[in-house]
Design a protein around this ligand. Sequence first.
Ligand code: FAD
Ligand code: AMP
Length: 482
Amino acid sequence: MSEKYDVIVIGAGPAGYVSAIRCAQLGLKTACVDDWLDKDGKYVLGGTCLNVGCIPSKSLLESSELYSRCKNELSQHGIYAREVSLELDTMMERKNGVIKDLTRGIESLFKSNNIDWLKGRGRLLANKHVEVAAEDSKSVYQAENIIIATGSSSIEIPGVKYDDQNIVDSTGALEFTEVPQRLGVIGAGVIGLELGSVWRRLGSEVVIIEAQDEFLSVADTQIARDSKREFKKQGLDIRLGARLMSAEVKSAKTGSQVAVQYQDARGDHKEVFDKLIIAVGRAPNSDNLFDEEVELLLDERSFIHVNEQCETSLPGVYAIGDVVRGPMLAHKGSEEGIMVAELIAGNHAEVNYDLVPSVIYTHPEIAWVGKNEQHLKAAGEKYKVGMFPFAASGRARALGVTTGMIKILTHAETDRVLGVHIFGPQASELVAQAVIAMELGASSEDLGLTMFAHPTLSESLHEAALAVSNNAIHIPAKKTKK
Ligand code: FAD
Ligand code: AMP
């Protein structure tokens, strides 16, 4: 007789492990299956996010930004560190240490919550049985409820052979052992921009090749335009409307290089890079996940089909995180995980999909929540705009980061905040204030009547809110037609 649980979660990324912890907190007998192996072949928790995603990329973004500021900005403060040098090994060791501490932290949370960690590859069998296959063993477990949280993997470009040395995906790009002199990045999405920024700051000449004509089409157009100008100033050579045709590793006397061919409106182009990062998106991990007789419905792009409550086509089987529709973001998966745990425990729960914040951790950062101007125009919605540039913020000036702005969009009649778009210092933190305001149905007047500490970057949100009614204090009022 196989062991029986209230809940088995398949996948221990930020969707699955958070869900498992919440299930256990709610008194459900919970197990979590995961097959992630670290570089030493040891099972570890945390999935993509902790091992090769959010956390290592932010660790390297922090280190590379510190290096770049020491090299380029210290003298403005009257501080001289004339021989700033880079020890990439130490930077990578620090990153690996951050990962280790966090994945071990989840391990201890599993222990303290009495969650059984089932190590191996999970496969859904009929009647809510789960097979767990490790290297030399196979076991079958049963549960009242199954939560699938198997995440996603990098999309490969057909015909391009990854050698994990010269042509790599985002995981390989977090492991370079030296700074490439010339680095090519395919895809100017979030991951391409973040990883391109890391290596640019450490000294690489970076060329980003992007198929779309428009830069960052997911962001508000104005923010995308301003950020593109800034990234160009930082030395990122972003080539739009350019589609990769082929990439091949060539051996030369000086070592291996990558010969790249791409096509744009002007014709075919060739480039040679020392390394090439392919960051053209991610696809759901839904292959070989369930037995033939299990009638789990997938959509046309192989995402597991779910409704707003993350229920699949099979009663008692839920799916959350990157393996289902919606933005591939850690916090979106975690919130779905909590919702599903609450639903299983018989509680009411929902996720507000309209208010999922997005962040790009460049310098400065880009963050937004809610509708942008393109959305509102397309919907024929009447709206008002309030903008405040960081150049007018005392705190931003003291920090020395005055690029960018906060832009608030509100409903023309009700004044309710519909979207907030930020390009500037600490945008990732500032956007949380916008999410809270919007969750509570705030208007720009509410934000304008709220007191913010001085001097803070948050005051810019206050000023942007005041600007909606043309009442910002630290920028000139817009001239209105008489
Ligand atoms: P995952 O984190 O992918 O976890 C799935 C887990 O399931 C893995 O451990 C996998 O091994 C396991 N698994 C899969 N199949 C099976 C099976 N059959 N049996 C057992 N186990 C299985 N998002 C953000 O919100 N912020 C960021 O800053 C950010 N930065 C990123 C940077 C990079 C370089 C990358 C690649 C991604 C980044 N993301 C970021 C995206 C984020 O990592 C994902 O959205 C998030 O990890 C998805 O969580 P998940 O739990 O759904 O899946
Ligand atoms: P994201 O979806 O945010 O991870 O971004 C991936 C980016 O890669 C998108 O902006 C795509 O347009 C881009 N992309 C996909 N395929 C190619 C290709 N063959 N050449 C250049 N860019 C590509």
